[in-house]
Ligand binder design. Structure first.
Ligand SMILES: Nc1nc2c(ncn2[C@@H]2O[C@H](COP(=O)(O)OP(=O)(O)OP(=O)(O)O)[C@@H](O)[C@H]2O)c(=O)[nH]1
Ligand SMILES: [Mg+2]
Length: 237
C-alpha cells in the first residue's frame, strides 16, 4: 500500500532540509519503498524548493508554482499530484511530530473511516505550551465554528489530516480556498460527501512562534466560511 505525504512550504529554508531528511528516514523505516513525499512549494523566495531538490532523496519530489498563493493552494497542489492509497498532509515544521503518520495510516487501513483529522481538543495536553489567550481564542473559535459554521468536529484547523487516497483527491478537486480557511472547506465537503471522519488526539510537539493574529484571523475566517458554504451549495454530490 503506497502512502503519499504532502508538505506545503513557504519560505522554510531554515528547517526544510532537516524536515526532509527526518521524514525520509521515518517513511523508509515504516513503509519501505512504498511511499512518496511531495513538497509543495507555495512560491518560496528563499530557495526552499532547491534545497529539497538538492538533497536528492529517493521518493521525494517537489511540486509548486512561482507566486505565493496560500497554504490551501499548496496543499491542494500536493494532494492532487499524489497517487498513494492513503494521502496525508502535515506542516513543514512537523508541529505534530512524525509518529502520528503511522497512527493515521493504521487507522485508515482498518477501512472504517475515509478521513482522519488530528485534534488538539481531543488530547489531554493538546494545548500545552499555548499562551492562555491563544488557548481561549482557539477554544472559542472552535465553538463558533461548531455552532454557526456547521463544522461537526472538535478541531477543524489542525495542520495534520489524512485521507483514503481517492477520497482525498476527490475532496481537493472540489476545493477552491487558497488561504488558511481551506481546512474548513475540506471538512464541510467531507461532511457533505457523508464520509466518516476519525478524530485522532494530537498535541503540538514542535512549537515555533505563531503568526496567527487571533482576532483579525477569526473575523476573516467567518467571512471565508460564508464563501465556502456558497461554493459547496453549488456542488452536485
Ligand atoms: N505562513 C504561511 N505558511 C504557508 C503558506 N503556504 C504554505 N505554507 C505552509 O503551511 C504550513 C503551516 O504554516 P504556519 O506558518 O506554521 O501556520 P500555522 O501552523 O497555521 O499557524 P501557527 O504555527 O500557529 O502560526 C507550513 O508548512 C508553511 O510552510 C503561506 O502562504 N503562508
Ligand atoms: Mg505552525
Amino acid at each position: 500500500m503506497k502512502i503519499s505525504l504532502c508538505v506545503p512550504m513557504y519560505n522554510e529554508s531554515s528547517i526544510i532540509a532537516s524536515t526532509a531528511r527526518e521524514l525520509y528516514k521515518y517513511m523508509n523505516e515504516n513503509f519501505g519503498d512504498d511511499f512518496e513525499i511531495i513538497f509543495s512549494d507555495d512560491g518560496s523566495r528563499d530557495g526552499s524548493a532547491e534545497i529539497v531538490k538538492n538533497l536528492d532523496l529517493p521518493n521525494v519530489k517537489v511540486v509548486g508554482y512561482e507566486k505565493n498563493q496560500g497554504k490551501g493552494c499548496a496543499v491542494r497542489h500536493g494532494v492532487l499530484a499524489s497517487s498513494g492509497e492513503i494521502v496525508i498532509f502535515t506542516d513543514a515544521d512537523l508541529a505534530y511530530g512524525v509518529d502520528v503518520i503511522k497512527e493515521a495510516v493504521d487507522i485508515l487501513d482498518r477501512g472504517e473511516h475515509s478521513v482522519l483529522v488530528a485534534s488538539r481538543a481531543k488530547h489531554k495536553k493538546g494545548y500545552e505550551g499555548y499562551t492562555f489567550v491563544r488557548k481561549l481564542a482557539s477554544k472559542t473559535y472552535i465553538k463558533v465554528l461548531n455552532l454557526f459554521g456547521g463544522i461537526k468536529i472538535s478541531d477543524a484547523q489542525c495542520g495534520f489530516k489524512a485521507f483514503v487516497g481517492e477520497k482525498g483527491r476527490k475532496i481537493f478537486s472540489l476545493c477552491k480556498t487558497n488561504n488558511f480557511a481551506f481546512d474548513l472547506e475540506v471538512i464541510l465537503i467531507s461532511q457533505k460527501m457523508k464520509l466518516k471522519i476519525y478524530e485522532l488526539p494530537a498535541k503540538i510537539i514542535n512549537h515555533r512562534e505563531s503568526k496567527v493574529n487571533v482576532i483579525k484571523d477569526a473575523f476573516r475566517m467567518m467571512k471565508e466560511i460564508a464563501k465556502i458554504k456558497k461554493n459547496i451549495a453549488k456542488i452536485d454530490f
